[in-house]
Write a protein that binds this ligand. Structure first.
Ligand code: 6PG
Length: 250
């Protein structure tokens, strides 16, 4: 399936589209009598999306009792730590929802990295009832160095083929070094993967990822039998917008 690339004038309209897609997906899964499994992205980019999902009218439009929240990666810090991806999502989104506690599957960053990864893997296996998780939706951000989740350039875990979630140590913008991350096979098993990319600081890396040599971790996100979508704003798309015929401008 060809990646879908959609350019938005600003982060707010991008967040609205991402939120609308989230609602549609959740309602479609519930209409099928199923539940929605989503791996949330960390970092700052998804915050406007999470805020929209936490507010009326979208909050009431989503059947949260049938939505299960996971994380694509987590920093190895306690949930109350300001750098916790779960902690941030809890503050912006989860605390505003009537979602059952059992539907929130945080990665236990307070544990030692290997123990946190193992606990996460046990939880994924219990939820999906199979060796590999198959998320309905994985939300991802893009680092200025081309990383996504906690899959960084040159990391040996990029070649991981047997574990769905692993501990990793990486330096990026002064953020906590030890992390736990989904691996590429786990991400690429998803039904849908949506990258959210905003801001001028991502223009160079987005051009490389979408048009350059295949050298960066984000370029290895290729869902085996799922849809890959890039929702990007005009600032991040500055260097690609006139080059990609598949690009849709909103
Ligand atoms: C994390 C994220 C990471 C993030 C990118 C982009 O835990 O930090 O998983 O992959 O999505 O680094 O971060 P920003 O959205 O803050 O630019």
């Amino acid at each position: 399936m060809k990646p879908e690339i959609v350019i938005f004038p600003d982060p707010q309209t991008l967040a609205q589209e991402a939120a609308d897609r989230f609602v549609q997906l959740a309602r479609a899964k519930v209409a099928e009598g199923d539940r929605l499994s989503v791996a949330l992205s960390g970092g700052s980019t998804p915050a406007p999306l999470y805020r929209r999902l936490a507010q009326a009218p979208l909050r009431e439009a989503i059947p949260w009792q049938r939505v299960h929240l996971f994380w694509g990666d987590e920093r190895c810090v306690p949930p109350q730590h300001p750098e916790s991806n779960f902690g941030r999502a809890k503050e912006i989104l989860i605390d505003h929802l009537s979602i059952p506690a059992g539907n929130v599957h945080r990665i236990r960053g307070e544990l030692e990295p290997e123990a946190a990864a193992l606990a996460c893997a046990v939880g994924l296996h219990a939820f999906f009832g199979r060796a590999w998780p198959r998320f309905d939706l994985v939300l991802l951000g893009l680092g200025a160095d081309g990383h996504t989740a906690s899959l960084f350039p040159g990391s040996p875990i990029l070649e991981e083929t047997t574990r769905s979630v692993v501990p990793v140590k990486a330096q990026y913008q002064g953020r906590p070094a030890w992390r736990v991350t989904l691996t590429l096979p786990a991400i690429n098993a998803a039904r849908q993967v949506i990258f959210l990319v905003t801001g001028a600081s991502k223009a160079d890396v987005l051009q490389t990822v979408l048009m350059g040599p295949q050298t960066l971790p984000a370029q290895r996100v290729r869902p085996k039998s799922g849809q890959l979508t890039w929702l990007v704003d005009a600032e991040a798309a500055r260097l690609i917008r006139e080059h990609l015929p598949l690009t849709v401008e909103v």
